[in-house]
Design a protein around this ligand. Structure first.
Ligand SMILES: NC(=O)c1ccc[n+]([C@@H]2O[C@H](COP(=O)([O-])OP(=O)(O)OC[C@H]3O[C@@H](n4cnc5c(N)ncnc54)[C@H](OP(=O)(O)O)[C@@H]3O)[C@@H](O)[C@H]2O)c1
Length: 360
């Protein structure tokens, strides 16, 4: 791809601007000189984001044809980051949102669509997980708009607040002894969120590249090595214990119980642990400026830092379940005890939220 940004300023609609990736992409687009239209299906809350007053907000539920047409009005390019994994019937909702958006794009002046999708493992004849099958269905639905469309496919995205990273962080912190099933030795190629953002900005500027490209950092690791790298960066002493017989459903349920990620998300991630999640060598994004991508250790250290200038560190608008709890962190105690307390507080909040809904 060619370098983009300077000299090609456009009006960009970010559908999913309030999400983990979107909230980090918007400031990068503004820095590249673009006008940004930020959309959310909920009432906008500009105060939740440092960039909240530098964009135009448009409320848009991507499943509503009228709202999508209004959101696309006067827009040149679309970055599609809509994702409803934690909701019931997520595949159906994501299918409807992608189809509605593609139809509206085909009737609009938009001349570039970029979508952040998931890496495709080689499942050796087994069907893809529901989660990945849905991501790829969205790719083809968006491409049906007939406008130049590129899907960038990422596996584990490293950064505080990223769903996949937070599950790794919570398990690696909570468990002093980490059971590793024998089948969980597949390879992953994590990518830092700042490189994901770089790729998205660059992709918007180059309409000649269509189809799909994979996003991955320089390190290809097996899961136990990823857990070990996290422990090293966080200064934690942890032991990994090989477990010969552990059904993947049991592992998924354990991940859902021991992390505060939405349970469906944890189960979906567990389903893909058996397969290598690495980039296709001939279809991997390389930055146009030839600069290096962040290695896993540097990205994890940035995620653990409190440096607000690093996209990998926590953001104000990140999902509630990923946010730090300064009061809990201030109490001197081992990291695993803090992680267990955090989980207990979140579970108590979930139960009280459910009780309030039942009593309404
Ligand atoms: N984070 C990762 O680890 C990771 C890894 C690989 C690939 N990806 C891909 O990257 C993309 C973005 O992921 P993310 O982590 O940023 O997700 P996220 O934090 O869950 O954000 C999802 C966004 O979708 C919006 N949304 C949901 N339903 C909507 C609807 N009906 N209409 C309009 N907007 C809707 C949400 O906005 P409102 O709720 O405000 O409407 C939110 O901004 C996804 O396609 C995901 O598969 C992420």
């Amino acid at each position: 791809m060619t370098a983009s940004g300077e000299g090609t300023a456009r009006r960009v609609l970010v559908l999913g601007a309030t999400g983990y990736v979107g909230s980090r992409l918007v400031p990068a687009l503004l820095a590249a000189g673009h006008d940004v239209v930020a959309s959310s299906s909920r009432a906008p809350d500009p105060a939740a984001y440092a960039w909240g007053t530098s964009v135009e907000w448009r409320r848009c539920d991507a499943t509503d044809p009228g709202q999508v047409a209004q959101a696309l009005d006067g827009v040149d390019m679309l970055c599609y980051l809509v994702h409803s994994l934690d909701g019931p019937r997520f595949a159906e909702r994501d299918r409807l949102a992608a189809r509605t958006t593609a139809e509206a794009v085909s009737r609009s002046a938009v001349h570039r669509v970029v979508y952040l999708s998931g890496l495709v493992p080689d499942p050796g004849g087994r069907p893809l997980s529901d989660h990945l099958a849905s991501r790829h269905e969205v790719e083809s639905l968006l491409a049906s708009s007939g406008r130049p469309t590129l899907a960038l496919r990422a596996g584990i995205v490293i950064g505080a607040g990223s769903t996949s990273f937070e599950i790794v962080r919570q398990l690696a912190t909570l468990l002093l002894v980490q059971p590793v099933p024998s089948w969980m030795r597949s390879r992953v190629q994590p990518v830092a969120v700042s490189d994901v953002v770089r790729a998205l900005v660059e992709a918007l500027g180059d309409e000649d590249v269509t189809g799909s490209l994979d996003l991955g950092g320089p390190d290809v690791l097996r899961y136990p090595a990823l857990l070990a790298t996290f422990s090293r960066c966080a200064g934690l002493l942890r032991v990994r214990l090989p477990v010969p017989l552990a059904p993947s459903t049991a592992v998924g349920l354990g991940m859902a119980a021991l992390s505060s990620a939405p349970p469906r998300t944890a189960l979906a991630l567990a389903h893909s642990l058996r397969d290598d999640m690495v980039c296709r060598p001939d279809r991997t994004w390389a930055p146009a400026d030839g600069g290096p991508l962040l290695d896993a250790e540097t990205a994890i250290r940035r995620a653990l830092s409190r440096d607000p200038s690093a996209p990998e560190s926590a953001g104000r608008g990140d999902a509630v379940w990923t946010r730090r709890q300064p009061l809990l962190e201030a109490i001197p105690s081992p990291a695993s005890v803090r992680a267990a307390s955090l989980l207990a507080v979140r579970r108590a909040r979930e139960v009280s939220g459910q009780a309030r809904r039942l009593l309404r």
